[in-house]
Design a protein around this ligand. Structure first.
Ligand SMILES: Cc1cc2nc3c(=O)[nH]c(=O)nc-3n(C[C@H](O)[C@H](O)[C@H](O)COP(=O)(O)OP(=O)(O)OC[C@H]3O[C@@H](n4cnc5c(N)ncnc54)[C@H](O)[C@@H]3O)c2cc1C
Length: 405
């Protein structure tokens, strides 16, 4: 059984201090989009030397691969500890500004993660260091105006070959960091004359200033204002083989599997965010239930309020257990199956939404006011049920797995 140890608690209090000094003072500016998330993300990386740590690990892995040594994932207590340490900043930042985690997770986890997992050795050496240190910001673009849940089936962006060059045309939407990204992993269907449904899905690594690539302004949206979201337009973008993920057309049909493995990773990551948001709502609700007096008694004395608090605790425990399970899997050198990652994401997203709305309810009119913070968390929480696959898609994936046995 995993339990937070003293070192974790110490790192946690360092993160709490970081949030109090570097995040909370900018909460309004981030929530009103007067400030971008990137300076705070970089400050976090500098303060905790996260860039150096990631680069050191990356270089070690490259050296090992160069020497042709087999990659054995870390296992045992060290792997559990690594997973727990990675979750702590996510939990603590999510108590205040979950959008910072989204912007950071897409840049480092999804963009650098995708290149590291599927890029050629040269691409990993070329693109990952700047992304892992946050010197460059990344975006990971699969969604299109008419292809969301059916990300591959309805994908219209195409890459056609013209001699040695790929010519990419299409449009992407709802792309986190899209308006600002320096490096963009973009998915397209390779058009070699096959029927549209038979065209393999491939990925390209583009620079933000590649000719033919244009971006829209950040969308106005319901929440997660600290995580800019936008459109990308690709008109006759011409790139060479060095920009095709993996730098080879052999085994090119693997693009879907690559994107799917990134989805799995994204889904597992939601538990730490959910835990931070739920814990913050719970702490604030308990404090408020003790201090707010109506009809001559603190509202915490009323059973209808107690029921909401108790449900929050149940959600907190379950979400924490799902997170601990992911640490346990890391310790065993395993990954959650796609269906298990979907089940975890579904539960965490729904719980967070329920807890945030109940926190507003407990705070009454004050809960509806921005000053009380739970209002922002509720707006931010909704997207957990949409991005990384909607709740309905998680359900269908869990069911597909169950019924295929
Ligand atoms: C803030 C934000 C950030 C995002 N960041 C990124 C990013 O960085 N990169 C990226 O590529 N994408 C990103 N997305 C896109 C996100 O992944 C999609 O919005 C999501 O997958 C849903 O697609 P859609 O919006 O087109 O909805 P649709 O797929 O059109 O779904 C509409 C509704 O129909 C339901 N539905 C669809 N198919 C089924 C079915 N088979 N059975 C039952 N119900 C179904 C859905 O669950 C939903 O309720 C982001 C989205 C948001 C909101």
């Amino acid at each position: 059984m995993f339990e937070w140890n003293e070192t974790h608690q110490m790192v946690r209090s360092m993160m709490t201090r970081f949030c109090a000094e570097e995040v909370v003072p900018h909460r309004d500016a981030l929530d009103t989009e007067q400030m971008l998330p990137y300076p705070i993300m970089r400050k976090l990386f500098d303060t905790f030397q996260l860039g150096h740590l990631q680069l050191a690990q990356h270089n070690k892995r490259l050296e090992r691969d160069k020497a042709g040594k087999e990659h054995k994932p870390k296992t045992g207590p060290e792997a559990v500890d690594d997973a727990a340490m990675r979750a702590i900043p996510v939990i603590e930042l999510s108590r205040w500004v979950p959008g910072l985690v989204t912007a950071m997770g897409v840049s480092v986890g999804l963009t650098a993660g995708a290149i590291n997992a599927r890029g050629s050795f040269a691409q990993r050496e070329r693109f990952c260091p700047d992304l892992l240190s946050l010197d460059k910001i990344g975006a990971w673009a699969i969604t299109e105006p008419s292809s969301g849940s059916d990300a591959f089936g309805a994908m219209r962006t195409t890459a056609r070959m013209d001699g040695d060059t790929f010519v990419i045309n299409g449009q992407k939407t709802f792309i986190t960091n899209g308006p600002h990204a320096d490096t963009i992993v973009i998915y397209a269907r390779l058009d070699r004359g096959e029927a549209p449904e038979d065209r393999p899905v491939v990925a390209f690594i583009l620079d933000g200033d590649t000719p033919g690539l244009a971006r829209g302004k950040a969308f106005r949206k319901m929440g997660m204002h600290s995580s800019p979201t936008g459109e990308l337009f690709l008109q006759d973008v011409r790139v060479g083989m060095d920009r095709l993920m993996g730098e080879s057309l052999e085994g090119v049909s693997g693009g879907r599997a690559a994107a799917k493995s990134t989805f799995g990773q994204e889904r597992t990551g939601v538990a730490a965010m959910a835990l931070g948001m739920i814990q913050e709502c719970l702490d604030r609700s308990v404090a408020y239930a003790k201090e707010r007096v109506q009809f001559g008694k603190p509202i915490g004395q009323y059973q209808l309020i107690q029921e909401k608090l108790a449900r929050m605790v149940v959600h907190r425990q379950n979400v924490e257990n799902l997170l601990f399970r992911s640490f346990g899997l890391a310790g065993a050198g395993k990954k959650a199956s796609f269906a298990e990652a979907s089940a975890s994401k579904l539960y965490c997203a729904r719980s967070t939404m329920e807890v945030c709305l109940d926190a507003i309810q407990i705070h009454g009119g004050y809960g509806y006011m921005a000053e009380y913070h739970v209002e922002q968390l509720a707006r931010d929480a909704k997207v957990l049920q949409i991005y990384g696959g909607t709740d309905e898609i998680q359900i269908s994936q869990i069911a597909r797995d169950l019924l295929s046995r």
